[in-house]
Design a protein around this ligand. Structure first.
Ligand SMILES: N[C@@H](CCC(=O)N[C@@H](CS)C(=O)NCC(=O)O)C(=O)O
Length: 225
């Protein structure tokens, strides 16, 4: 097993690989980061945002997965790599068409749901420097997230998992959207019962609950515990 280090921020998109690493029972180190001047920096003060951009990720983003001497950025790449570490779980898809379906969902999750919907809803400053325009951008982001949740719900009303009947890494990407959506008042079980069922199944696992608790997310199904 290679030496793995996850650069993460509590509550950020690094939740997805964080949960997955725990669920796969893979040993990993964490470099915890926090919001600082100019962007994310080491939570223990050991490096600034400028140093992080210079040394680790030019975009300044998390998640980053360090694999021995390699640095992997971007959610689809990180989740796809993690799937290869425990081949028995087949989280990257089994057949060729399942693997393509995983790729399709990871690409859509990164571009439409995360990059457009949630970023417009939560980080209008990525789209404009004009603060007066922020509320309009936030509102459009909310609509995109709701439309995305409707698409996820439609899929999960006829399939156990987003990519078919088996769990894949996409489930862990959707988990992130559920908790962000919950905090934004969008995700709820009455409106999205199929999506809620997927999350309920994940929350049954100690790996998932421990990562959520560490990152400060409330469970959606606390009565199960
Ligand atoms: N395309 C990237 C997006 C990652 C991203 O937007 N990360 C946010 C946290 S959720 C971030 O690091 N923001 C810091 C910043 O914008 O400076 C991916 O798929 O990993």
């Amino acid at each position: 097993m290679p030496q793995l280090t996850l650069y993460r921020v509590d509550g950020a998109s690094s939740l997805a690989p964080h949960v997955l690493l725990r669920d796969l029972s893979i040993p990993f180190n964490v470099v915890l980061m926090k919001d600082g001047e100019g962007g994310y920096e080491a939570a223990d003060g050991s490096f600034s945002n400028a140093e992080y951009r210079n040394r680790v990720n030019a975009n300044g983003y998390v998640p980053i997965l360090q694999v021995d001497d390699y640095t992997i950025s971007e959610m689809p790449a990180i989740l796809s790599f993690l799937a290869t570490l425990v081949p028995d779980r087949q989280l990257g898809g089994q057949s060729l068409m399942e693997r393509i379906k995983v790729l399709e969902w990871l690409a859509w999750s990164a571009s439409q749901v995360h990059g457009l919907g949630f970023m417009m809803l939560l980080h209008a400053e990525r789209f404009t420097k004009d603060r007066d325009l922020s509320p309009k951008i936030n509102e459009r982001g909310k609509q995109i997230v709701e439309a995305s949740f409707a698409q996820i719900e439609k899929r999960l009303s006829s399939h156990a998992h987003p990519c078919g009947e088996a769990e894949t890494v996409v489930d862990f990407n959707l988990l992130l959207f559920w908790y962000w959506g919950k905090d934004a008042g969008i995700a709820n079980v009455e409106r999205y019962p199929g999506f809620g069922r997927l999350i309920r199944g994940l929350e049954e696992r100690e790996s998932v609950r421990s990562a959520l608790s560490l990152e400060g997310f409330d469970l959606s199904f606390p009565s199960m515990v």
